[in-house]
Ligand binder design. Sequence first.
Ligand code: SAH
Ligand code: SF4
Length: 431
Amino acid sequence: MNVYDSQRMLDSLSAEGFEQQNEPENADLIILNTCHIREKASEKMYSELGRLRANRRAKVVVAGCVAQAEGREILERAKNVDFVLGPQALHRLPKLLKASPDHNRAIDTDFPVETKFENWPSPVSHKASSFLTIQEGCDKFCSFCVVPYTRGSEYSRPASAVIKEARTLVEGGTKEITLLGQNVNAYNGCSGGLGGLIKALDEIDGLDRIRFTTSHPRDMSDALINAFGEVDSLMPYLHLPVQSGSDRVLERMNRRHDVEHYEKIISKIRVIRPDIAISSDFIVGHPGETEADFIETLNLANRVGFAQAYSFKYSARPGTPATDDQDQVSEQSKTERIARLQVLLGQHQKSFNEKFVGSLSKILLDRTGRLSGQLAGRSPHNQSVHVGVSPKEFFSLLGKIVLVRITKANQNSLTAELVREEEVKPPEVPV
Ligand code: SAH
Ligand code: SF4
């Protein structure tokens, strides 16, 4: 979501005559768009601000969720910061720069009535794969999470605005759109919810791939599950965070779903799309988590067999309810548990990837690969795939969807070779 917000800030500043610089030393304006989800993310911001002191000329803006949460404290701690701008006030940056040309320090952490989306100019993007925020904020108040406080309450953009933006992206060369939201499947900007929006986007000529993230198990409707069987451009990948495999911990987390509900969703979706890649987020060491609870998380991971997963040590966030709980888990237990979980999740990811060796897949090549002579991109199942291409084809294939045969599987990526359409027998889909 910050990548999307940063891109839109860049678009709005380009309209004011700014140009993007790659090195901070050359810039007149530096924006740090920040994340507050875990403590490490905020610490990174302060160390980056320290490094930026070398450029005395530039105006420095701290934007995003750390700006929202820490406001004035940032101006006190980091004397080189000029402006502090919350995630819902980002569209006001050009105005703020004009109003304070002489380094008058200012803060804007309002939640304005008018949204940034209707104030930003149309996107100026030529990326093969683009993000598009359709929903922001959260009303769920999980015990550990800062999002409802930093991003504000749940808001869905009207479908008409989303479709218009998607068309602009596709006209600019986008082939894949990832719809974004903190609770993207709670989207209610049109009568059919997220499933309805996806069907409307599927009508756009030239939009070959649709994805969405992040979903909450509570908002996973049957209509949305069915869309995986009905809409060809909806890719077979679902990121559905579970956080813990213990009902007792889920209750403490105020997640409003249990393990059984989560596994029911997975079963339903696998009936409709047997090859679907399921991904998840886990938190280990939430206050009150015992070794027995943690074993239940390992058991759930074994039962589901995630294609991909992100796991984090619980990080106490100021102002969230879990921070005040008396039964915090020791750092040592968190470190030890996360290591065990990550080994297991890594094994599952590798065995998911191994099923694809020898099979055909279509890859959207959107970047250069790890080795020279390689391009890289994503498979429909969201795996990172490195494809060898000849120097002659290198630039002409960038941004295209190509047919490949998978030759090798690693834990985090696949290697593949190009296949000419005329060599192809009917595609084999691993299950
Ligand atoms: N809305 C999504 C999650 C958004 S935050 C959902 O409900 O699933 C992204 C991820 O960061 C979360 O899924 C969670 O695993 C992690 N996270 C959030 N707060 C955290 C905290 N205090 N400590 C550790 N991880 C956290
Ligand atoms: Fe945070 Fe997601 Fe819970 Fe909302 S639903 S509070 S964004 S973890």
